[in-house]
Design a protein around this ligand. Sequence first.
Ligand SMILES: [Fe+2]
Length: 439
Amino acid sequence: MNGDPFQETMYIEENTYKNDMISLIFLLKEKVGALAKVLRIFEEKSINLTHIESRPSRVNKDEYEFFINLDRRNTPLLTDIIKTLRNEMGVTVHELSRKKKKDAVPWFPRTIQELDRFANQILSYGAELDADHPGFKDPVYRARRKEFADMAYNYRHGQPIPKVTYTEEEKKTWGTVFRELKTLYPTHACYEHNHVFPLLEKYCGYQEDNIPQLEDVSKFLQTCTGFRLRPVAGLLSSRDFLAGLAFRVFHSTQYIRHGSKPMYTPEPDVCHELLGHVPLFADISFAQFSQEIGLASLGAPDEYIEKLATVYWFTVEFGLCKEGDTIKAYGAGLLSSFGELQYCLSDKPEIQSLNLEKTAVQKYPVTEFQPVYYVAESFKNAKEKVRRFASSIPRPFSVRYDPYTQRIEVLDNAKQLKNLAESISSEMGTLCSALKKIE
Ligand SMILES: [Fe+2]
């Protein structure tokens, strides 16, 4: 079912709720007799509908949405009816009541195109700088930041990411950061980072005198893991940013830090994204791990979004991992900071094993080196931990990303589960056949 009933519930007016009433919304394909079939189920249980209205679905052209009211005294029979509608008829049903409305599932994007909506709901525009920002008093830098912010603001999914002609000064800043960090990578960065980095130099223009273009890098990542970049005009909410990961989309800045302080930036910039994040997104296990955090966030209550954002902070941004007897860095905040990359592997900070119950509530500073880091056994192990954590999130459905349609499937009815079983069965057939051939 492709409707978006979670969002649609927001259109219901408060005064339609009455204490003695239960309201339901269900979606039906446009077909003769479809409504009659549903109404018969209510009739068989002797339930009288006190109100019914319909409208064409705003999401799917060939579907209709029905809004009905019934007497609250019928509540005991309702569970069976909803089960029959969902499981035997494949109908998407949503029960609305005061309690349900309070607990309503927050909206989340179902298609990759819907990430475009985030562009209009950024928390701050990238051109607005704080008074202590190194570029605050530089009108040329501020005008440049506005150019980047406008470009990202107008970007829509499917368009190539605009190529940027970086100035000599910008290239010089990049060169300094690139040169310094590259000296630390062989000893401090994880295997995956060091494995991918030469490929980025070969195929994506990673050079001391050249700032790589997001479009080239995004295309490269798509061939490795299906991850892609999209430019972002400013700060996104944690909920929106994490939702992008569910689609294997990483929101990336395109501007560079101020040239007066090449080794410092108070916010993510293109050095942080390209040197810190990008190499890891080319790794299959890391890509799966990142997407798992994104999928866990969809429709999660606010307190769980905060926990997932904290997990993201201590893994994707500041994570360490085991490599045999040693510990290496894989977090982008570390791999893009000359000072913190050395500090995190010294004996100064506290090092703990990744434990999501604990990690998810760990407090952290944002403007100084981290006092605590968490070490993952492996990305596969970290992914399993996120999956287990996700199952503790209170939401009435599971989700799955379909890479063919680039949609999120909400697994809340028999039809969806049957489709999933068929798809797994087909994959199992391929696996068995391949295993037989290599015996
Ligand atoms: Fe980052």
